[in-house]
Design a protein around this ligand. Structure first.
Ligand SMILES: Nc1nc2c(ncn2[C@@H]2O[C@H](COP(=O)(O)OP(=O)(O)OP(=O)(O)O)[C@@H](O)[C@H]2O)c(=O)[nH]1
Length: 503
């Protein structure tokens, strides 16, 4: 772990600790605890004008976006509710003050957060958006560095920059990215990172995919018991593979290869598993790619999209944990402004991972929030900005308009932003996940996928079908709800786990 870099983050948190917001300035709808929230960052009038002009322009380009919420809502920032049992450093709110102010308990938040009426005029100009950098806990206090992250001096990660400031930072402390990430210049970091304890990861993957594989291999074994490979058994196998969500294309690859090797001969379940693993690996290998971070962009912006409940917020937390654990400065933006719980959940993840967070009031304009978050991340020289978004497919038109607007606004701030658009997919939804990719890739320009909930589902095969059809990179897979349950996606391991090949 780069100690110097950690110090830099910590010092930054201290230097920028904002002042408290005077109670008199707290608008009526703001939760009590906002009274002790840090004061809004002072904003240059010119910046406010630029932002407003940009948002107006984005709105004009697509009037549907944001029409369901006030364009310039009055956001409020309140202190993070502290996750139990987690060390927190440098909280600007003293416990006594928290009590007086009502504290950030769930009850208080639930009571005080109000949804603005759709056509209600915002009661404060967007200049008043409170953008809070949460105090950053020293990374060592929060995380054990991941074993996969080699010490900085062992890394050959080249992070080139034309920015003299960045260059200075980089030359002092080269960034040691965790496994599963790469910089734009130095392709897979996996090649330079210290190897993870392979067995542990493979066991975890197998455990996660055990329901998918045991169902499939059980059916295959009974299909081939005392039967030679003929047209009927091949057809039955093809049906089984399609039912297991692997997709027609991959099912045919497997049956064709099996036929060419063993037609008219005895076939065991192990034969089928071996061929399955090999063919699935061929389908997955091109999409198993590390998430490339271009640290010339400061911040590298990751926009996370996906249907509600697919694991966006949890995955953001897990990603932030990996990145902060590697010494990168991470900022999160609570862009799912439609669910109070989503905002609160992200705040907890920010605290757990020592990340900064920008959030606003329920119902706020998500594009406005993304704008503020970008500005703040740039100002504070964050390495990575991860933006959460809403995922209400039931309001598809509004949702898509909102996503388009976020992408447009970010693009005006940095023509390459968002640099990564990540879509989370819930493996348990099977074929539905395939349709979701269709929808989101068109609107938000999805550049890569993370499949979650591969633990405990019998439908993990859908990842293979999605890879075959969409050919989008798959960066990570979620194999549990815990902070460490996000694993870089590796084609061969995944294929063998799904095919039930014995290690
Ligand atoms: N078993 C398992 N559960 C997961 C995984 N990833 C997320 N979850 C759980 O799935 C549920 C939904 O996750 P969220 O992160 O809230 O999903 P979201 O897409 O942000 O949903 P909204 O906040 O409703 O938009 C939570 O209970 C998570 O703990 C995973 O990989 N495995």
């Amino acid at each position: 772990m780069a100690l110097g870099f950690i110090k830099k983050i910590f010092t930054f948190g201290k230097d920028t600790a904002p002042e408290q917001k005077p109670e008199a300035e707290v608008p009526a709808v703001v939760p009590d605890d906002a009274a002790v929230a840090p004061a809004p960052a002072t904003e240059e009038p010119v910046v406010a004008e630029e932002r407003d002009a940009l948002l107006d322009e984005a709105e004009a380009a697509n009037p549907e976006a944001g029409s369901h919420v006030p364009d310039e809502p009055e956001p409020d920032i309140y202190p993070l509710p502290h996750a139990p049992n987690l060390p927190v450093a440098k909280d600007p709110v003293a416990p006594a003050e928290m009590e007086t102010a009502g504290g950030p308990s769930d009850d208080v938040l639930a009571e005080t957060v109000e949804v603005p009426a759709p056509d209600e005029e915002p009661d404060a100009p967007s200049e008043d958006i409170d953008v809070v950098e949460e105090p950053v806990a020293p990374v060592e206090d929060v995380f054990e560095p991941e074993e996969s992250v080699a010490p900085a001096e062992e890394q050959a990660v080249a992070v080139a920059s034309e920015d003299p400031v960045l260059e200075e930072v980089v030359s002092v402390e080269p960034k040691a990215l965790p496994k599963g990430f790469a910089t734009a210049e130095s392709k897979p970091v996996a090649e330079v990172a210290a190897p993870e304890p392979k067995r542990t990861w493979f066991q975890r993957l197998r455990e996660g995919l055990s329901r998918t594989s045991s169902q499939l291999t059980g059916q295959i074994t009974s299909l081939f018991t005392k039967r030679k490979l003929d047209d009927d058994t091949l057809q039955d196998l093809e049906d089984l593979l399609i039912q297991a969500d692997l997709g027609v294309e991959t099912a045919l690859r497997i049956t064709d290869t099996l036929a060419s090797e063993r037609y008219g001969k005895d076939v065991t379940g192990a034969d089928v598993s071996r061929i399955m693993a090999s063919e699935i690996t061929k389908v997955l290998a091109p999409v198993a790619r590390p998430l490339e971070l271009d640290l010339n962009h400061k911040p590298h912006v990751i926009l996370v999209v996906g249907v509600n409940g697919t694991g966006k917020t949890t995955t953001i937390g897990k990603l932030a944990a990996k990145l902060s654990g590697a010494g990168l400065k991470v900022m999160l933006a609570a862009g799912d402004t439609f669910r109070a719980a989503a905002i609160e959940q992200l705040k907890i993840w920010a605290e757990r991972t020592g990340s900064d967070i920008v959030s606003s009031k329920l119902g706020a304009d998500a594009a406005g929030l993304a704008y503020e978050a970008y500005e703040r991340a740039k100002e504070s020289k964050s390495d990575v900005l991860i933006i959460d978004t809403a995922g209400r497919l039931q309001n598809k038109t509004e949702l898509m308009a909102e996503l388009e607007k976020i992408v447009r606004v970010l693009g005006k701030l940095d023509p390459d932003a968002p640099h990564t658009v990540l879509q989370t997919l819930d493996a348990t939804t099977g074929q539905n996940a395939m349709n979701q990719v269709e929808i989101f890739r068109n609107v938000a320009g999805v550049s890569g996928l993370i499949m979650t909930k591969l633990d405990g589902t019998a439908r993990g095969g859908i990842l293979v079908a999605i890879a075959a059809k969409h050919k989008l990179p798959v960066y990570f897979i979620g194999v549990g709800e815990g902070i460490d349950d996000l694993e870089p996606f590796e084609a061969k391991d995944f294929a063998e786990a799904i095919a039930g090949v014995q290690a």
